[in-house]
Design a protein around this ligand. Structure first.
Ligand code: URA
Length: 280
């Protein structure tokens, strides 16, 4: 049988979304943890932080990966995972996900500027998942999304439809504050998206409310203006219905648009009620 992949090779395959299947060797001393699957096949994953045999026996370099990349203290930073915790994000539980986010340094500039990551807040069992853009200065300081003026307005909007902030879950496209409150870069949103996807899977909301253009366009993978996205029910790739509304920071500047935002929240509430078989 050919040698199993080493930990770094496996890391890159997983980062590219390529699932690795290998034959199970029922060996007590194996470095792989074994998980059963419904097909009778067995998926093997390296246990976190275990050294790979490659650190003892040199292996040929992978195409495009400089030899020695991944060895601590060698190779370009891009190719060096900040830790060798190789558990895929899609398998993490809530606490593990929170820890993975807190230690993430995928976006060098954001990691260097942030006070802390902002994971999310609220009821992990919520029907409503509110998704904004990125933490601002207040959120970066306090470690919680939507705590500034925009957050106060968001709370008021939620209360307007009978919801307390504690009843919903609130997160952002980015877990780190972009410096000078600039827009998230596409590569930053892409780097952060696995965390949000995992939050969506774990919360299992009945509706996603995307607040603002950045959240809406990233979640729907489009460049359509927000005025055209709001007012209808979309479906997020997770299958969850998604309603778009204006960002509360925009509503603070354009209060006449609050009426439309109110309509959007009512639409989202209707989605939940209809799914629950209620009529009003
Ligand atoms: N704006 C956002 O989009 N998210 C926050 O958490 C705060 C302000």
């Amino acid at each position: 049988m050919s040698d199993p992949l080493n930990a770094l090779q496996r890391y890159y395959l997983e980062a590219m979304g390529i699932q690795v299947w290998e034959r199970c060797v029922p060996d007590q001393g194996s470095r792989f943890k074994v998980e059963g699957s419904k097909t009778g096949k067995v998926v093997q994953r390296p246990s976190a932080l275990e050294p790979s045999p490659s650190s003892q026996t040199p292996e040929p370099a992978m195409e495009g990966v400089p030899e020695g990349a991944g060895n601590v203290g060698e190779g370009p930073d891009l190719l060096k995972p900040s830790t060798l915790n190789l558990e895929p994000v899609t398998t993490l539980d809530w606490q593990q996900l929170r820890e993975r986010v807190a230690e993430c340094r995928s976006c060098e500039e954001l990691a260097a500027c942030r006070t802390q990551t902002v994971f999310g807040v609220g009821n992990r069992d919520a029907d409503w998942l509110i998704i904004g853009e990125a933490p601002g200065a207040d959120e970066d300081r306090q470690g919680e999304p939507f705590v500034g003026r925009a957050g106060q307005l968001l709370n008021a909007m939620l209360r307007g439809i009978g919801l307390e902030r504690e009843q919903v879950y609130i997160a952002n496209i980015l877990k780190c504050r972009p410096p000078e409150n600039r827009d998230p870069k596409p590569e930053e949103a892409a780097a952060c998206s696995a965390f949000l996807q995992r939050q969506i899977v774990l919360v299992q909301p009945r509706v996603i409310l995307a607040v603002g253009r950045i959240a809406a366009q990233n979640l729907l993978h489009c460049e359509t203006p927000i005025g055209k996205l709001r007012g209808t029910v979309h479906r997020h790739e997770s299958g969850v219905p998604l309603v778009v509304t204006y960002h509360p920071a925009y509503l603070l500047r354009s209060p006449l648009e609050k009426r439309k935002a109110w309509g959007d929240l009512c639409l989202a509430r209707r989605v939940i009620r209809e799914a629950a078989g209620q009529t009003s």
